[in-house]
Design a protein around this ligand. Structure first.
Ligand code: FES
Length: 125
């Protein structure tokens, strides 16, 4: 099975998933801090990740995702919405964007408060 690795200032986790699993579902399986304000229906951009490895092996980007990506922050040629990106046969590595981290911490205030108390959030630029 392909492996998906998630990296952020708070994550370095890897999970094996069956082909056809969305990157967002893989994140939820391993507890990675990928936000998902709309619940994974392509109605926000909070699940935005940068795909550092395996980009070509993912499912093709549909028009709805491309349109939604226009509203994301710091979009790059290797950006994808994790809820719309299905894993193929190859391993994948993604960086979780700050936009997605912010959304995740908004959805998990206990964790956000702990990271704030530890001086780890907001991120220093
Ligand atoms: S979770 Fe909203 S677009 Fe992916």
């Amino acid at each position: 099975m392909p492996r998906v690795r998630f990296r952020s200032p708070f994550d370095d986790v890897t999970v094996e998933v069956p082909e056809g699993t969305s990157i967002l579902d893989a994140a939820e399986k391993c507890g990675a801090t990928v936000g998902h304000a709309c619940g994974g229906v392509c109605a926000c951009s909070t699940c935005h990740v940068w795909v550092r490895k395996g980009l070509e092996s993912l499912s093709e980007q549909e028009d709805a995702e491309a349109d939604r990506m226009d509203q994301a922050f710091d979009v790059r040629s290797y950006s994808r919405l994790s809820c719309q990106s299905l894993v193929g046969s190859e391993d994948v590595e993604v960086d979780i964007t700050q936009e997605s981290l912010q959304a995740f911490l908004d959805e998990n205030p206990d964790l956000r408060h702990r990271l704030e108390a530890e001086g780890k959030w907001p991120l220093k630029r």
